[in-house]
Design a protein around this ligand. Structure first.
Ligand SMILES: Nc1ncnc2c1ncn2[C@@H]1O[C@H](COP(=O)(O)OP(=O)(O)O)[C@@H](O)[C@H]1O
Ligand SMILES: [Mg+2]
Length: 203
């Protein structure tokens, strides 16, 4: 059995990730590919409990980072690895790039500590492809204000989201073969077109 592909979707809140993953999932399923759609933090019953803590409870950035990686360890062991091993494609709404963007970029947490945790928790596992939905934070905030009540992360300042955006772009620049950056300020149809065209090349 060939191993499946591990595709992750990144970008600030309100960039349009969830909307577009739905469309890509439909395309892959049409092609007869088994797709496992998942998200971080979360993806397993325990990791979803950790998610609820992370999105609601105030905590220091150290605890926050460790909880993200605890949830990630569960997610990898119980969902991501088994799916890839049986040949399924895993589409994950966020993964470790988000830790670099939010905790390291947004909150100035120690990047070397995150690298150590990444090695410990992931071993050799890395996304095959990462789609970065890049958008100006004010535009994303406007969308979110219309869409849903903000969680603990979504309540952060515009300056915070500017740092997160820059950290994401920096990761993309350092890993150009893995990242595909899409201009997420376009209409949903234009974003889909760009994403689905890129995805044809993965098949
Ligand atoms: N390209 C777009 N243009 C305008 N609004 C969008 C676009 N993509 C998504 N939206 C809307 O913006 C809100 C946030 O989108 P969502 O997909 O939930 O973003 P994310 O998952 O990145 O937080 C939703 O109400 C969604 O319908
Ligand atoms: Mg979403």
């Amino acid at each position: 059995m060939t191993r499946g592909r591990f595709i992750t979707f990144e970008g600030i809140d309100g960039a349009g990730k969830s909307t577009q993953i739905d469309r890509l999932q439909a395309l892959l399923v049409e092609r007869g590919i088994e797709v496992v759609r998942t998200r971080e933090p979360g993806g397993t019953p325990l990791a979803e409990k950790i998610r609820a803590l992370l999105l609601a409870d105030d905590m220091c950035t150290m605890s926050e980072t460790l909880l993200f990686f605890a949830a990630r360890a569960e997610h990898i062991a119980r969902v991501i690895e088994p799916a890839l091993a049986r040949g399924a494609w895993v589409l994950s709404d966020r993964f470790t790039d988000a830790t670099y963007a939010y905790q390291v970029g947004g909150k100035a947490f120690d990047g070397a500590a995150v690298e150590a945790l990444e090695r410990m928790v992931q071993g050799q596992l890395n996304p095959d492809r990462t789609v970065l939905f890049d958008i100006e934070p004010l535009v994303a905030a406007e969308r979110l204000a219309k869409a849903r009540a903000a969680d603990r992360f979504e309540r952060e300042s515009v300056d915070f989201f500017r740092r997160v955006r820059e950290a994401y772009l920096d990761r993309a620049r350092r890993n150009p073969e893995r990242f595909f950056i899409v201009d997420a300020a376009q209409s949903p149809e234009d974003v889909s077109r760009a994403l689905l065209t890129e995805a044809q090349g993965w098949l």
